[in-house]
Design a binder for this molecule. Structure first.
Ligand code: S3P
Length: 175
């Protein structure tokens, strides 16, 4: 692939898990933007939120993604908020194929319950928070090139369906 393959979607949709598998299948490098932000900041995302606030994190996220997009094409799993930034959205869409892993509220709740490292879900009721993120973000995520519905299934199965959709998308683009 000569372009980035970019995964977007809410927390718990499986972007990192599916992304890693996708990269192996496509023999491309894998980048997790959350990991890259932590590397650049020298501390965890939780600590960034706690010490500097969300706006600071968003600015770092925007800068780190812009830098990564200047590098070698890779499969890129983005943090759930990345695509909401207009500048980032434009750059991601220009540099690659954007795939939205779309999941419903119940699945996201179930999956995010397993770990408590997400600052946005630490305050208030996770169900309400996720629902309001769905309401705000899903219309924008809809600008993705490809939408894949995530089910309760192993990550390998989701990856297989993403690969099929990707192939169909590229076949259509070649016409
Ligand atoms: C966020 C999602 C997280 C991380 C940060 C904010 C969001 O990434 O970037 O906690 O705004 O949805 P994941 O989607 O990989 O959990």
């Amino acid at each position: 692939m000569d372009q980035f393959i970019i995964l977007i979607g809410l927390m718990g949709a499986g972007k990192s898990n599916v992304g890693r598998r996708l990269a192996t299948q496509l023999e491309m490098p894998f980048i997790d933007t959350d990991d890259e932000i932590e590397l650049a900041a020298g501390c965890s995302i939780e600590d960034i939120f706690e010490e500097y606030g969300e706006a600071y994190f968003r600015d770092g996220e925007r800068r780190v993604i812009a830098r990564l997009l200047e590098g070698e094409p890779a499969v890129m799993a983005t943090g759930g908020g990345a695509f909401m930034n207009e500048e980032t959205r434009t750059k991601l869409s220009a540099k690659g194929t954007v795939i939205w892993l779309r999941a419903d509220l119940e699945l996201l709740l179930k999956r995010t319950r397993r770990r408590d490292n997400r600052p946005l879900l630490k305050q208030g009721d996770p169900r309400e928070t996720l629902q309001s993120l769905i309401d705000r973000r899903y219309p924008i995520y809809g600008e993705a090139d490809i939408i894949v519905d995530v089910r309760e299934e192993p990550a390998d199965s989701t990856t297989g369906r993403v690969l099929e959709e990707l192939k169909a998308h590229h076949d259509r683009s070649d016409d």
